[in-house]
Write a protein that binds this ligand. Structure first.
Ligand code: IMP
Length: 172
């Protein structure tokens, strides 16, 4: 497989600090329940919450939506939240928004549970591929249609452990 580095550790840390500052300012001292979407967002979430300076609680939701590098358009819950979100400020943390179908699914499901507020933070976003109903509130980096791995993101469950994000150039 051939890859090309896209965002190194320093670039990720710098942008995540900026996102944390923005989130801290927007929530203005109010507590927030951060919901990390597994598996892809686990590393991003760990770094992001260390840059958020309002009281944070953390929960996880497990979703599966991809097979290889192709969007199947179908989202499946592999493990649900352990917390009630009714009346809470909820910030969903995603690794990457491609078509946005995963986010639409999550947003609809979460809104049925009556949170006080619901916002989305995604590390990466592919605007050319978006098909979703409403925009993301916080985005780390916009990229084109390329498939990326590392920093939590996988290709068939591999490469999540890379500390940087790389573009997959070919699979040979
Ligand atoms: P969506 O529903 O089309 O927005 O797909 C979102 C999910 O697909 C993400 O949470 C990732 O798990 C996965 N995904 C989309 N693009 C990539 C990529 O470039 N690399 C790794 N996973 C991706």
């Amino acid at each position: 497989m051939k890859t090309r580095p896209l965002f190194d550790e320093a670039a990720l840390a710098k942008r995540i600090k900026e996102l944390g500052d923005q989130i801290t300012a927007d929530y203005a001292g109010e507590p927030v329940l951060v919901v990390s979407v597994l598996k892809g967002a686990f590393m991003f979430t760990a770094d992001l919450i260390r840059q958020i300076k309002v009281p944070v609680e953390i929960d996880f939701i497990g979703l599966a939506s991809y097979d290889g590098t192709q969007s199947t358009g179908q989202v499946r819950i592999t493990s649900d939240l352990s917390t009630k979100i009714e009346g809470r400020n909820v910030l969903i943390v995603e690794d990457i928004v491609d078509t946005g179908k995963t986010l639409d699914f999550l947003r609809d499901m979460f809104n049925l549970r009556n949170p006080r507020s619901l916002k989305i933070c995604a590390l990466l976003s592919k605007p050319e591929c978006h098909e979703m109903k409403s925009p993301v509130d916080y985005t780390g980096f916009e990229i084109t249609r390329e498939f990326v791995i590392g920093y939590g993101l996988d290709l068939d469950q591999r490469y999540r452990e890379l500390p940087y994000i790389a573009q997959v150039l070919n699979l040979d």
